[in-house]
Design a protein around this ligand. Structure first.
Ligand code: HEC
Ligand SMILES: [Cu+2]
Length: 342
């Protein structure tokens, strides 16, 4: 503990005790440390490292809606950080400066009532801050919602089910489940994907943080959202609205393909199922049991719509809405006991 140079000039009781100057110097060091840590944290997410820390990192946007939400969150964090710094500094100052000291004479400090200036200040300034945050948020929401759909946009209807995702490409005549494929969109020639969000049972929520904001799928209330991913790759998410017991296993997988890969994928998905000798035995069992009441396989009698379309099941990496890798072993266990296979 350094003593202040003017120690001898202080009242006897205070000599040898840390002075306010010492305390404020220390406080200054602490505040500086906190600020340095804070700035390090800010730069850490301002310049997202590649690859991002997490596949669902909200600070590593790759699509316009996600980017504008990220910019907004950065602005809100700056404003709230500034408020935090001001309030914390005033608080720290008051705590240190007016802490109990033995020199206190025990009298009440001066009581201040009805300062119109102060009351106006602490009413008007927060109201202005809230108005600014509100306007900034409304601007981002309107910007995303009012974006015009270009004629070359890919349209997908997303239907939430307990506990899986159905994806329909109405103009491309493709129906699939759980693994959404969309084309990459380059900034010069955007090919965004517009989603219509529906639900067949209860509330679900479509949220792939790196591609866009969270949008709910509500029965009898079609919602919509769009995304224009700049980079190809696999983007993960999760149903973000509790929709029942297995909600936690209702994962989201969006594959952003190059245009050629996407076109090839669409072409393959539009073909009916292959029928041949090797699979005819399984096909017979499938068609003779209850499976066909719930599952469709294009080109066969199976046309159930309650469960996922299984026509191109083996083109998918996972089963059960991303809960397990699509391996023969996992398929066997799933069919034997879909309630608790893993
Ligand atoms: C009562 C309706 C129903 C019946 C009958 C049914 N399924 Fe399913 N099946 C579902 C539902 C719903 C899912 C999606 C569950 C989930 O992912 O949470 C599913 C999922 C699957 C999946 C995983 C698909 C994917 O893409 O994740 C396979 C494979 C499957 N079922 C095969 C079968 C077979 C084989 C039979 C017949 C022995 C059968 N199912 C009978 C409703 C049914
Ligand atoms: Cu859900």
């Amino acid at each position: 503990m350094t003593r202040s140079s003017d120690d001898n000039s202080r009242p006897e009781l205070l000599r040898g005790r840390p002075s306010f100057l010492d305390a404020s110097r220390q406080m200054y060091v602490h505040v500086t440390q906190v600020l340095v840590l804070f700035c390090a944290a800010v730069t850490a997410f301002a310049e997202p490292a590649h690859p991002p820390l997490s596949p669902t990192n909200i600070f590593a946007p790759v699509s316009t809606p996600a980017q504008s939400i990220f910019d907004l969150s950065r602005f809100v964090l700056m404003v709230t950080a500034a408020i935090f710094i001001v309030v914390f500094s005033l608080l720290a100052y008051a705590v240190v400066k007016f802490r109990k000291s033995t020199a206190d004479d025990g009298r009440e400090p001066a009581q201040v009532y009805g300062s119109t200036q102060l009351e106006l200040a602490w009413t008007v300034i927060p109201v202005l801050i809230v108005v600014v945050l509100f306007l900034a948020t409304a601007r981002v929401i309107a910007g995303i919602q009012n974006a015009a759909q270009p004629s070359n946009a890919v349209e997908v209807t997303v239907i939430g089910h307990q506990f899986w995702w159905e994806y329909r490409y109405p103009s491309l005549k493709v129906v699939t489940a759980n693994e959404l494929h969309i084309p990459v969109s380059d900034l010069a020639h955007p090919t965004p994907t517009f989603l219509t969000l529906l639900s067949s049972d209860t509330d679900h929520s479509f949220w792939v943080p790196r591609l866009g904001g969270k949008t709910d799928l509500i029965p009898n209330h079609p919602n919509s959202m769009w995304m224009d991913p700049r980079d190809t790759g696999l983007y993960l998410g999760q149903c973000a609205q509790y929709c029942g017991t297995q909600h936690a296993k209702m994962l989201l997988r969006v594959y952003v393909d190059s245009r050629e890969d996407f076109d090839r994928w669409i072409q393959e998905q539009s073909r009916p199922a292959q029928v041949g000798n090797i699979i005819s035995e399984g096909q017979k069992i499938f068609e003779r049991t209850a499976c066909i009441n719930c599952h469709a396989v294009a080109g066969t009698v199976a046309d159930g719509r309650f469960g996922p379309d299984l026509t191109h099941l083996m083109s998918r990496d996972t089963i059960a809405s991303g809960a397990a890798p699509n391996t023969p072993e996992n398929l066997r266990r799933w069919i034997q006991d879909p309630s608790s296979p893993w």
